[in-house]
Design a protein around this ligand. Structure first.
Ligand code: DX5
Ligand code: ZN
Length: 221
């Protein structure tokens, strides 16, 4: 299994000070920046796009940026995110007309590709495309908002996907997103995840107080 990565979801950061927030959470030991893109169509919320990704790069962020697309259609925004400095681009297969083509488009744009599964989305979308996938992201909440509670059925799904990845022998990360906190991360890791998104669990603590405020939380994770 690859080394564990902590992926703060900037959805819960203070957007008025985004560069500073990202610098602080990375300096505290987080590994990759989870970047939630919502379109008020595939999900009922509206967030940030390629301009903000590019701004983080220009600000000096060198850590991998993990772009989680909750948009429909998917394909037309991919080249823009690649140009803006995305490292991973993941998407929900139900939002793509041609899943294989979208995965290929992401890799052809120079990024790492991934599929995202909502709590009720079957894993059959992995059939036939596993070799084109660098990351599998399991949602442990329904997408659209930070601060929701972890849905326990995600643990069984994690175990299933861990087996699929291990049996394949492929180098694929297994990411979990939604309701991940200090107090449940050990159980989630034991179920097979290696990449842990946390939004409100990290940024929700003592916002705008001590610049080192994330240290203990990231450290505990
Ligand atoms: C939800 C997003 C998540 C969200 C996680 O649609 O994909 O990344 O920010 O937030 P928490 O950790 O608060 O559940
Ligand atoms: Zn996300």
């Amino acid at each position: 299994m690859p080394a564990d990565l902590i992926a703060p979801s900037i959805l819960s950061a203070n957007f008025a000070k985004l560069g500073e927030e990202v610098d602080n959470v990375l300096a505290s030991g987080a590994d990759i920046v989870h970047f939630d893109v919502m379109d008020n169509h595939y999900v009922p919320n509206l967030t940030i796009g390629p301009l903000v990704c590019e701004a983080l790069r220009k600000h000096g962020v060198t850590a991998p940026i993990d772009v989680h697309l909750m948009v429909k259609p998917v394909d037309r925004i991919i080249p823009d995110f690649a140009k803006a400095g995305a490292t991973y681009i993941t998407f929900h297969p139900e939002a793509s007309e041609h899943v294989d083509r979208t995965l290929q488009l992401i890799r052809d744009s120079g990024c790492k590709s991934g599929l995202v599964f909502n709590p009720a989305t079957p894993l059959t979308y992995l059939d036939y495309v596993l070799e084109k996938v660098d990351m599998i992201l399991l949602m442990s909440v329904n997408p659209g908002f930070g601060g929701q509670s972890f849905i326990p059925s995600a643990l069984d799904k994690l175990r299933e996907v861990r087996e699929i990845i291990d049996d394949s022998g492929l180098d694929i990360r297994l990411e979990i997103d939604g309701g991940v906190k200090v107090d449940n991360i050990a159980e989630i890791k034991a179920a097979g995840a290696d990449t842990f998104v946390s939004g409100s669990g990290l940024f929700g603590y003592g916002r705008d107080s001590d610049p080192n405020r994330y240290d203990s939380i990231v450290g505990e994770m």
